[in-house]
Design a protein around this ligand. Structure first.
Ligand code: FES
Length: 136
């Protein structure tokens, strides 16, 4: 609750400091939104086996420990415009661990190592899905 009040006070102070020029204010807020609220070019879904009724089941979460952190670092290193999202079971357990890249709708199976992640991200950089892990 206090955060909202503090935020409101800060915004009012900033508006008092800014020049009394509507175009200038709008340009500053637009720039803020472009930097902080941009929609990513790709979403990478990483199955973490979540189920509606409690404990994760399936295999994906058992073989992907530390992968989200590794992927985040790789994406930053490569300068890819991607957002990672951990998901519930993607109903492909027998082919897991499963990873999906959208909007390309590339589904990958057996993503169980950093080497697999590297190969898939190499493919994304090159605009082609990595055939070695592609779920067909
Ligand atoms: S647990 Fe990953 S596809 Fe089912």
């Amino acid at each position: 609750m206090y955060h909202g009040v503090i935020f409101g006070v800060v915004v009012r102070l900033i508006l008092q400091i800014l020049p009394d020029n509507h175009a200038c204010r709008m340009r500053m807020f637009r720039t803020y939104n472009e930097v902080h609220m941009a929609i990513p070019e790709h979403i990478i879904l990483v199955c973490q086996s979540f189920r509606v009724t409690g404990e994760p089941k399936g295999i994906c979460h058992k073989q992907t420990s530390g992968f989200l952190q590794y992927m985040e670092e790789e994406i930053l290193d490569r300068g890819l415009d991607c957002q990672i999202a951990a998901t519930g079971c993607l109903k492909q357990c027998e082919n897991g661990p499963i990873m999906v890249i959208q909007p390309e709708n590339w589904w990958f199976k057996g993503v169980d190592s950093e080497g697999a992640i590297d190969a898939i991200l190499d493919g994304l950089e090159n605009g082609e899905p990595c055939a070695d892990y592609l779920l067909s």
